[in-house]
Design a protein around this ligand. Sequence first.
Ligand code: CMP
Length: 138
Amino acid sequence: MADLTFGIIKPDAVKAGITGSIIQRIIDDGFRIRALKLIHMTLKQAQGFYAVHRERPFFPGLTEFMSSGPCVVMALEKTGAVPAWRNLMGATDPAKADQGTLRKEFGASVGENAVHGSDSDENAAIEISYFFSQIEIV
Ligand code: CMP
């Protein structure tokens, strides 16, 4: 799955009605959208997705937030997709994110930071397969 990454438009951004603006930014940045759907995770599904963070103090708040409303999950293709998507997102903390990044523009806090992205090719493959079957990736 090289050159594919996984992204989420988080519940804060979907609730704010900026899903379309973020998707347009993704397209304008040269990504090809290979899969996309609107879902509403259960708490258990969010806990499974973020299992790597289960010992962290922010885990309960993170999983409660991620299951609090609909979000958009995506498989994105571009050369160097993982770093390219992380560059477009910006730093986890919107206050530290560069100008022109999605989190700078749309994120409110470290927790409610509009978007998620995989941190490695290996995790991108794991995260894509958590939400999408092979037949859903076009
Ligand atoms: P994300 O890329 O979705 O991966 C894990 C998420 O945990 C991260 O973005 C943040 O939104 C969230 N989070 C909440 N609190 C913290 C924190 N104190 N440090 C790091 N991440 C946090």
